[in-house]
Design a protein around this ligand. Structure first.
Ligand code: TPP
Ligand code: MG
Length: 540
C-alpha cells in the first residue's frame, strides 16, 4: 500500500527515512541541508550534531553496526561531504548500511560558481554501493527508499544521495513507496553440502567467524553449526562475542596453534584479507562462507565457497545429516593451549610495573566492565592489546575500525554507541595519537549529555609506527608526540572531566570514578613508551 505525502524536500526525505526505521540523524550544520533539520525539528526526530563531519559518519556507522539498521549522516555540500569520505570508506570496508545525505549547490545555475559547487559523485562512487543526485523533490522518497534497500541488501554497505538546493527546498507531493522487503539470498545447495561434507570429514577443523555473521543475524545459527559439527570457533570484528567466552567451543588465544594444526579452516562472514594471512593456511583446505557471491575471494581458490544468507547456510551446516569425525582430542589440544595462554595473560594483566604496561590497564578494566559494556578501539598498539586482553562476552559489544584501519573513529563511534544503548557502559580505548583526530567531539558529547568513558593509553608516541620504523631503519621520524600530555584536561575544558594515572594501583579507582561520573570522562594513563606490541610482521 502506498501513501501520498506533501512537503518540502527535507520533509519528503524524512518521511521515507522514518518509514524505513531510521531513528536519528548525525550532522554538522550547513545551509544546504536546512530543510532536513526543519523536518526533524518539526516532528521531534532526534538530531545529534558534531564538530567534524567524519564523526557524524562514524556515529551513523556505529548505529548501523550495533543495531543492524540503517545509520544516517547528513552532510552539507562540498567540504561537509569531503570530510565524511573516510567514514564512508570505513563503512564500505565494513559492509555497514550507512546512508549519507549531502547538500549540493543549485542545479539551475550549475557551472556559474555557486558556493561549494562540486559534483560529489565521482568522489564517493568508489566507496559506496550506490551514489545518486536527486534532482526533483517528488523523486526523493523513491530515491531514499531505494538507497536504503541497497544499503541493507547483502553484501551490505553505504549509499550516498545528494539534493541540489532547489530540490530540497521546494515543496512537492510524492508517493511514499511501500517497503520492498529484502529476500534472503538463497545459497547454492551443492556448495553448502560440499562445505558441510569437508567440515564433517575433517580431523582438525577450525571456524573463524567475522562481522557479517553478526550483521546477518546469524549468531545463533553459527552456534548451532559449531555445536552440531563440534568445531572450535575463533572470531574477529563484529563476530567477537558470538560465542560467550565460557562456551566449550569458544577460543581466542590459541589461534596460532589452531591455524598451524588445522586441516580445514572455515572462514565465515569476513574476507580472506591481511587479517587472515590472505587465506593462506598452509596445507589446510579453506571453506569460505560469504553473504553474497560478490564476496568470494578472487585471489584464492577455496575448496568450497557457499554464498548467500548466512542464517540459511549455517543452519544447513548444523543440520548436515551425514557422519562427522570425532574432534574431541583436537578440541582438548586447543583448550590446553588456550588455558596456558590465558594464564600468561592473567599474569601480565596483574603485573605491577612502573611505568604502567597496557596489559594492566585491561586487567583493571575487566574488573569494572559489565558483560554488555560496549568497548571501542581507536589507536595502534594500545588497541591491539585491547583485542588481546578484552573478551567481549556478547555479540554486538565490540567496535573496531575494521580492515580500513582508519584512526579517528573514537568519538563518532562513541556517540553512535551511546545513542544505541543509553543504559550501557560505553568505553573508548584510545591511543594518544588517535585522540588527536576526534577529541574535540567530546564537546558534542558533553553538550548533548552523552556520557562515555575514554581510556587513553598515553605512551607519547605513534607507537605502532615508531617501533616498526626503528626496527626497519634504526631510527625514526614523525613518530613522537608530547610525552605525558594532559588529554584529561582537554576533556575537562570541553565540558567533561578526567584525571591522569601514572601508578598501576590507581587505575581501578580512577576507572570506577569515570563510570560513575555521568559525563564524558577521560582516564589518561601514562604507559610505557618502550612497550611494543609483539607482531610477526613489522608492517602491521
Ligand atoms: C587516519 C590514519 N592515519 C594514519 C594511520 C597510520 N597509523 C596506524 S597506527 C598509528 C599509530 C597510532 O598511535 P596511537 O594512537 O598513539 O597508538 P599507539 O600505537 O601509540 O598505542 C598510525 C599513525 C592510520 N591507520 N589512520
Ligand atoms: Mg601512542
Amino acid at each position: 500500500m502506498t501513501e501520498r505525502i506533501e512537503g518540502h524536500g527535507g520533509e519528503l526525505a524524512l518521511a521515507a527515512l522514518r518509514a524505513y526505521g531510521v531513528r536519528e540523524m548525525f550532522t554538522l550544520s550547513g545551509g544546504h541541508v536546512f530543510p532536513l533539520y526543519d523536518a526533524a525539528h518539526k516532528t521531534g526526530f532526534p538530531l545529534y550534531d558534531v564538530r567534524h563531519e567524519q564523526s557524524a559518519v562514524f556515529a551513523a556507522e556505529a548505529v548501523a553496526k550495533l543495531q543492524r539498521r540503517p545509520g544516517l549522516a547528513v552532510l552539507t555540500a562540498g567540504p561537509g561531504v569531503t570530510n565524511g569520505i573516510s567514514g564512508l570508506t570505513s563503512a564500505y570496508f565494513n559492509a555497514s548500511p550507512v546512508l549519507v545525505l549531502g547538500g549540493r549547490a543549485p542545479q539551475f545555475r550549475w557551472g556559474s560558481g555557486s558556493l561549494q559547487e562540486m559534483d560529489h559523485l565521482p568522489l564517493v562512487a568508489p566507496v559506496t554501493k550506490h551514489a545518486e543526485t536527486v534532482f526533483s523533490p517528488d523523486d526523493i522518497p523513491r530515491a531514499v527508499t531505494a538507497a536504503l534497500t541497497t544499503a541493507l541488501t547483502p553484501h551490505r554497505g553505504p549509499v550516498f544521495l545528494d539534493f541540489p538546493l532547489e530540490a530540497v527546498f521546494s515543496v512537492s507531493d510524492a508517493e511514499l513507496p511501500a517497503l520492498p522487503g529484502i529476500a534472503p539470498v538463497e545459497p547454492d545447495h551443492a556448495e553448502v553440502t560440499k562445505a558441510a561434507g569437508l567440515i564433517a570429514a575433517a580431523s582438525r577443523p577450525v571456524i573463524i567467524a567475522g562481522s557479517d555473521v553478526y550483521a546477518g543475524d546469524a549468531v545463533d545459527a553459527l552456534r548451532a553449526a559449531a555445536e552440531s559439527l563440534q568445531v572450535p570457533v575463533f572470531t574477529n570484528g563484529m563476530g567477537r562475542g558470538a560465542l560467550p567466552p565460557e562456551h566449550p567451543l569458544a577460543f581466542a588465544k590459541a589461534r596460532r596453534v589452531a591455524l598451524r594444526g588445522a586441516d580445514v579452516v572455515v572462514v565465515i562472514g569476513t574476507p580472506l584479507d591481511f587479517r587472515l594471512s590472505f587465506g593462506d593456511f598452509g596445507d589446510a583446505q579453506v571453506v569460505h562462507v560469504v553473504d553474497a557471491p560478490s564476496q568470494r575471494a578472487a585471489h584464492v581458490q577455496p575448496a568450497a565457497a557457499p554464498a548467500g544468507d548466512l542464517q540459511l547456510i549455517l543452519t544447513a551446516l548444523a543440520d548436515h545429516p551425514g557422519d562427522r569425525a570425532d574432534h574431541t582430542d583436537w578440541i582438548a589440544e586447543l583448550r590446553t593451549a588456550e588455558d596456558a595462554a590465558k594464564a600468561r595473560d592473567a599474569e601480565e594483566m596483574s603485573a605491577e610495573t612502573d611505568p604502567i604496561r597496557p596489559a594492566r590497564v585491561y586487567g583493571e578494566l575487566r574488573k569494572v566492565l559489565a558483560r554488555d559494556a560496549i568497548t571501542i578501539g581507536d589507536g595502534g598498539d594500545f588497541v591491539s592489546y585491547a583485542g588481546r586482553y578484552l573478551e567481549p562476552a556478547q555479540p554486538g559489544t565490540w567496535l573496531d575500525p575494521g580492515p580500513y584501519g582508519c584512526l579517528g573513529t573514537g568519538m563518532g563511534y562513541a556517540m553512535g554507541a551511546r545513542v544505541s544503548h543509553p543504559d550501557r557502559q560505553i568505553c573508548v580505548l584510545m591511543g594518544d595519537g588517535a585522540a588527536g583526530f576526534s577529541l574535540m567531539d567530546v564537546e558534542s558529547l558533553a553538550r548533548q549529555k552523552l556520557p562515555v568513558v575514554i581510556v587513553v593509553g598515553n605512551n607519547g608516541i605513534w607507537g605502532l609506527e615508531k617501533h616498526p620504523m626503528r626496527a626497519m631503519y634504526g631510527y625514526d621520524v614523525a613518530a613522537d608526540l608530547q610525552p605525558e600530555l594532559r588529554y584529561d584536561n582537554v576533556v575537562s575544558a570541553l565540558g567533561g572531566a578526567g584525571e591522569t594515572v601514572a601508578k598501576a594501583g590507581d587505575l581501578g579507582p580512577a576507572l570506577r570514578r569515570a563510570f560513575d561520573s555521568g559525563v564524558p570522562y577521560l582516564v589518561n594513563v601514562l604507559t610505557d613508551p618502550a612497550d611494543a606490541y609483539p607482531r610477526s610482521s613489522n608492517l602491521a
